[in-house]
Design a protein around this ligand. Structure first.
Ligand code: FAD
Ligand code: A2P
Length: 276
């Protein structure tokens, strides 16, 4: 276990790739977010992920992939995390406090980046659960609003409480003066937020895939159905979600892109496995 240190002593600790936790917020018994110091050398593109973790009981780092939820201009890093009660990493990570250290390998990678999409008019971010994390980064990146006329972010969770991190982020973008200035106050009208729940009553219920198939998503937002001419999409959720959404996007004529070959949509897993 890494020894807890106060933020001002962090720079004196000689552990490789250690960063100091600066803020922790708990949302539900399954979800929390935290912020930590950022290595001076770390450059990343909004939407990418890195390996983070803690020192394991065997003295070796226990690392997992995590989307960086903060934008690339931020001095600190933010992560949005699941708590898996018997998960090797998150059974411990959920107990971190301000001043503790985490390990962060500064090698960002990922497909949910602007470079992997061809220019378009409307950008969709489709997410479930912690799949919102990369979009929390991209939604605070001015390029997202400079490149598109409209940015539609959908987030589907089982319960209302699981939407809170995303709802607060959207609210902070709309009300935070510095963010409004960075993104451009005139750009804020481009941001459309479409939260849905599937297992608890809320203003909008249903899987986003069902709402796409029925056309309800488009009529609710007053936008035309998906088209490869105008629409671009980034998808991040469970494997089953990604597969179903990809099929709908391909049915609408959009093609999957990559860093090496930009196209109309990109997909990344929010986690490996069946979910908890
Ligand atoms: P693990 O042994 O890794 O997982 C145990 C089981 O828990 C999994 O089989 C799965 O069924 C379930 N599970 C794991 N992660 C999640 C999750 N996020 N949501 C729902 N169920 C899950 N996790 C995050 O919390 N935030 C992120 O931003 C994030 N980004 C990722 C990006 C990529 C590219 C990938 C591949 C994974 C990402 N993950 C993220 C998942 C993360 O790597 C770990 O799986 C997670 O932290 C749990 O670690 P663990 O060791 O406790 O349990
Ligand atoms: P549902 O409650 O109908 O399963 P999870 O917590 O299991 O990762 O799911 C997060 C959200 O994603 C839930 O609201 C869940 O709906 C939804 N979801 C899970 N799988 C799919 C899928 N294949 N297509 C669309 N939505 C999905």
């Amino acid at each position: 276990q890494l020894a807890p240190v106060s933020p001002d002593t962090a720079s004196k600790v000689a552990l490789p790739d250690a960063q100091t936790v600066t803020e922790v917020r708990h949302y539900t018994d399954r979800l929390f977010s935290f912020r930590c110091t950022r290595p001076a050398s770390l450059r990343f593109r909004s939407g990418e992920f890195v390996m983070i973790g803690l020192m394991g009981d065997n003295g070796k780092p226990l690392l997992r992939a995590y989307s960086i939820a903060s934008p690339s201009w931020d001095d600190e890093l933010e992560f949005y995390s699941i708590k898996v009660q018997d998960g090797p990493l998150t059974s411990k990570l959920q107990h971190i406090a301000v001043g503790d250290q985490i390990i962060l390998r500064p090698k960002p990678v990922g497909t949910l980046v602007h470079d992997a999409l061809l220019p378009g008019k409307r950008l969709y971010f489709f997410s479930t659960g912690t799949g919102f994390a990369p979009f929390a980064s991209l939604l605070r990146d001015p390029q997202t609003f400079e490149d598109y006329d409209e940015v539609i972010v959908t987030h589907t969770c089982r319960d209302v409480a699981e939407l809170k991190y995303g709802a607060e982020l959207i609210e902070s973008i709309r009300s935070d003066e510095m963010l409004a200035e960075l993104i451009g106050a005139e750009n804020l009208g481009k941001l459309r937020y479409y939260p849905t729940t599937t297992r608890e009553q809320s203003p909008k219920m249903g899987r986003i895939t069902t709402l796409i198939e029925s056309g309800e998503l488009f009529s609710d937002l007053g936008v035309p159905p998906l088209s490869p001419e105008t629409d671009r999409a980034m998808v991040c959720g469970s494997l089953a979600f990604n597969i179903d959404l990809k099929a709908l996007l391909e049915k609408a004529g959009l093609r999957e892109g990559a860093n090496s070959e930009p196209a109309e949509f990109v997909v990344e897993k929010a986690f490996v496995g069946d979910g908890v």
